[in-house]
Design a protein. Sequence first.
Length: 94
Amino acid sequence: MKIVLAVRYFRAVGGMEKFTLNLARFLVERGHVVRGIAFEGDPLPGMEMRRLPRPRGMWRPMRDWLTGRHLAAAVARETDAEVIYGEQKMWGCD
């Protein structure tokens, strides 16, 4: 199965990031094709990673909104994905 995991940071910095790393590891070990989309982080062995440019220099609530928009736009381009899992505020993707 082709699975996309979208998260702000693809590294062990918080609860949702750790969960996403563990989920990616679990899925790769079972033979799924896993692609990560994040602003920071490195892929696990056996998976692909697409890094997005990180918005900087703006008021924090605006930055959160903009990172969600960037992730949502990147997820929308994943036309071959069978499952998309996001751990970020991604308006319009509920």
